[in-house]
Design a protein around this ligand. Structure first.
Ligand code: FAD
Length: 383
């Protein structure tokens, strides 16, 4: 059998897991190529720790070129085109031909058409978290507004986690009475996909910590001069420090390839992650997977990871003539750090019908400790 070439686009969570798993399962005559325009892979669940000054970039990042030692051929280049009909991928410096393609390109951020929103700080990027860390060190009083301007966004818990962690940050430095924290979101409540009970539990957590929560609030404009937010219902809110969750959209190169419609995400078979193109799979944030309750599967690393395992194992089984066929079952979990060294833990099955079957474990030192262990072992495991 001639050697096959599997090209993995994107060296984030999904791409990294898929490339590693393929390499472990396939004989060396088969090529595993991983492409990303960033040489550094950084682990987003730890961005809040960078924002708070608890970790620095070097502790949560690794050089993707290290993968070459495992015979994963890493190429640092911009992906400029994908042609599923010709089974080719265009980079700025070369063209690749594949037998199997795994698209794990995540989301691209945009300021959209909300004027002034581009001035917001964010902990949704590593550089943003570093900048925010500096800003917080000098922030001793005033109003902090955390704003979610649009849906969907990755890690549905992250804005809530950010608000709770900032509350603890200012309590620890005895400045909390000088700092107001407000959280605005267009969602009707926290983590809508997780159901009413979990939403209410998170709302209670926010209220208990005196975080002003404004659900169903859609941002219309930011006036950075006057430091004022305007929402679609006509409400105005002043701020001194604006923290925004960026607007997310499907990467341009994915849309231009015809893998996703304008304004949409890549449609896949929810168990095999196969797209409508032969030999092409999509995993992680780039996909749009509708759930039985009408909401989409959240964009989260835990799903990118689980989907990568399924796709890699199925491709390897097909190449190796194995019998095994794997299916992604919608299992997922997430930590919600609440400050004071604690975290809550939400876990269950998102494919359950008619609603995801999820449970939330109350905030405890244990779950925070488990998350820390997970962050520490993640990079060690895949590099
Ligand atoms: C603050 C924060 C906290 C989070 N916490 C959690 C958490 O606790 N648990 C959880 O499960 N998830 C969490 N997430 C979400 C998680 O990080 C993402 O869902 C996950 O990274 C998605 O993986 P992915 O492989 O689909 O995409 P990504 O990890 O985003 O990877 C996409 C890759 O594609 C590359 N790329 C894109 N376009 C191109 C191009 N044209 N050319 C070359 N390369 C390109 C990018 O450089 C990137 O490396 C968090 C996210 C944030 C921002």
């Amino acid at each position: 059998m001639a050697g096959k070439t599997i090209v993995v686009l994107g060296g984030g969570v999904g791409g990294l897991v898929a490339a590693n798993r393929l390499r472990r399962l396939l004989h060396r005559e088969h090529r595993v190529i991983l492409v990303d325009h960033n040489v550094w892979h950084s682990f987003a669940p730890a961005y809040t720790a960078v924002m708070l000054g608890q970790k620095v970039a070097g502790q949560i990042s690794r050089d993707l070129r290290r993968l070459n030692r495992k015979r994963i051929e890493f190429i640092a280049d911009e992906i400029t085109g994908i042609d599923p009909a010709k089974k080719t991928v265009h980079l700025t410096g070369q063209q690749l031909t594949y037998d199997y393609l795994i698209v794990a390109l995540g989301t691209q951020y945009t300021a959209g058409d909300i004027s002034g929103f581009g001035t917001a700080y964010t902990y949704y990027t590593l550089e943003g978290a570093e900048g925010l860390c500096e800003e917080l060190a000098n922030f001793t009083s005033g109003r902090i507004a955390i704003v979610v301007p649009g849906l969907p966004y990755k890690c549905p818990a992250a804005p809530y986690e950010g608000a709770l962690l900032l509350d603890h940050y200012f309590r620890r430095s005895r400045l909390r009475t000088e700092v107001e924290i407000r959280l605005f979101t267009p969602e009707p409540g926290p983590l809508p996909v997780a159901g009413k009970a979990i939403g209410e539990a998170v709302t209670e957590l926010l209220a208990g910590r005196e975080i002003w929560y404004s659900p169903s609030s859609r941002l219309q404009a930011v006036d950075p001069e006057a430091r004022r937010l305007t929402f679609e219902d006509g409400i105005d809110a002043p701020y001194d420090l604006l923290i925004g969750v960026p607007l997310h959209e499907v990467p341009t190169v994915v849309r231009e390839a015809g893998l996703a419609q304008e304004g949409g995400w890549v449609s896949v078979d929810r168990e095999t992650l196969a797209t409508s193109f032969e030999g092409v799979y999509a995993i992680g944030d780039v996909t749009g997977i509708p759930l039985a309750n009408g909401l989409p599967l959240p964009k989260a690393g835990v799903f990118a990871h689980g989907e990568a395992e399924v796709v890699a194992r199925n491709i390897a089984a097909e190449i190796n003539d194995g019998e095994t066929r794997w299916a992604f079952g919608g299992e997922g979990s997430c930590f919600l750090e609440t400050g004071y060294g604690k975290a809550a833990y939400v876990t269950g099955n998102f494919y359950a019908e008619p609603d995801p079957d999820l449970k939330m474990r109350q905030p405890s030192f244990l779950w925070r400790w488990v998350k820390e262990g997970f962050v520490r072992t993640w990079l060690w495991r895949w590099f």
